[in-house]
Design a protein around this ligand. Structure first.
Ligand code: NAX
Ligand code: ATP
Ligand code: MG
Length: 329
């Protein structure tokens, strides 16, 4: 018993040392392959003995008058990656639009109601992960409701992926995610600058992206941060990974939504598998790397077929084949 506990502690120490040593070095092709292998280890097997919901019940908080595509892209991506149920919590006006895109999503028209936080809160215990922000918009009432939902998710220990206007909210109130170990932020270039200025009081150093992402992550109490770009840079306060999986030169809107929706499922799978399985990088680093690689591979495959006319819908059609290619072959 004591020997077993000692071995587990030693393995834990070795993991931390390995992570600390890899903090400053580049991420080579060999590292990429070993991280992809870690992603493969968290993917749950498809077996006949499972019940609906076991492989993931994901919620997306977003969808308003202006933006109905973003929450749809995030929620459908979660399903296509392998979640069993995908919910969207949006405004009353956005709900019929999102429902009409897909009969597969469960759409709750609650986000602009006076008791939005209670209504979503009732669902939270049934969700494995929450994606906050795609298509949320910047309306004050919606942001306040998203804030209440985020606080309830934290109180319930639910993993949260924060993207798009959810990051706008966090830039106004960084304390919302400060030190929450199950949070992942997925800023694009502009969102990253905004967050850095809000949290660190200065714009990021563009010559040292790895350092800039690590500093933001540390300042937020080791929250996982994914800076999207030509290469995706991912840090969890201790270690930095880069994903340079080949994507495409198409920069149509919605690709980030595919990433955040996929990450919702992968975060759940990775945390469930735990650090013993991911062996080296933390579960959320592995999940984030997996979502980045998958999004870029979808972009590559869609671009091979559609070239300049590639849109996010074409990329979503590639989620299945891209996932198999990266994580199952
Ligand atoms: N079909 C839809 O419904 C979509 C809705 N979206 C939503 O639109 C809302 C606003 O999102 P935005 O991403 O526009 O955020 P912002 O409103 O903060 O705008 C960011 C601006 O930065 C620019 N930008 C992005 N990457 C850049 C880079 N590398 N260098 C320089 N400029 C860069 C963009 O063109 C954009 O104008 C969010 O709610 C988002 O989810 C997007 O997700 C796209 C798809
Ligand atoms: N210059 C680039 N070259 C290759 N891939 C890129 C480039 N910029 C972004 N990407 C990839 O595109 C995906 C989305 O990143 P992007 O910066 O477009 O997010 P976003 O602006 O939040 O998207 P959205 O329109 O969904 O809000 C990520 O997987 C990222 O790796
Ligand atoms: Mg975005």
């Amino acid at each position: 018993m004591a020997v077993g506990a000692g071995c587990a502690a030693l393995r834990g120490c070795l993991r931390v040392l390995k992570r600390a040593f890899s903090q400053h070095k580049g991420h080579s092709g060999k590292d990429m392959e070993s991280t992809l292998q870690s992603v493969r280890s968290i993917v749950p097997p498809l077996t006949t003995g499972k019940h609906k919901g076991q492989d993931g019940r994901i919620g997306v908080v977003g969808g308003c008058r202006e933006y109905t595509g973003a929450p749809y892209f995030a929620a459908i991506s979660a399903l296509k990656v392998g979640a069993d149920l995908s919910h969207v919590f949006c405004t009353q006006e956005a709900a019929p639009v999102i429902k009409s895109y897909s009969p597969e999503l469960i759409v709750h028209p609650v986000l602009d109601s006076p008791d939005a936080v209670r209504a979503v809160g009732e669902w939270l215990p049934r969700l494995h992960a929450l994606v906050v922000g795609p298509g949320l918009g910047r309306d004050h009432v919606l942001l306040e409701n998203a804030k209440g939902i985020l606080e309830a998710a934290k109180a319930g220990g639910i993993p949260v992926v924060i993207d798009a206007d959810g990051l706008w909210l966090v830039a106004q109130q960084p304390a919302l995610v400060q030190g929450y170990p199950k949070a992942v932020l997925t800023p694009n270039h502009v969102e990253f600058s905004r967050l850095s200025e809000a949290v660190l009081g200065e714009p990021p150093d563009g010559r040292d992206r790895r350092g800039a992402v690590l500093r933001l992550s540390q300042a937020l109490g080791n929250v996982t941060v994914v800076q999207k770009g030509e290469r995706d840079v991912i840090a969890d306060g201790v270690q930095v990974l880069e994903c340079s999986q080949e994507g495409s030169s198409r920069r149509c809107g919605g690709q980030g939504d595919l990433l955040s929706g996929s990450l919702g499922v992968l975060a759940h799978w990775a945390l469930r598998a735990g650090p013993e399985k991911t062996d080296g990088p933390s579960p959320l680093l592995v999940a984030a790397f997996g979502a980045c690689a998958l999004t870029r591979q979808c972009s590559r495959q869609a671009f091979q077929k559609h070239g300049r006319s590639t849109t996010t819908t074409d990329m979503i059609a590639e989620v299945g084949p891209a996932f198999s290619r990266l994580f199952e072959d």
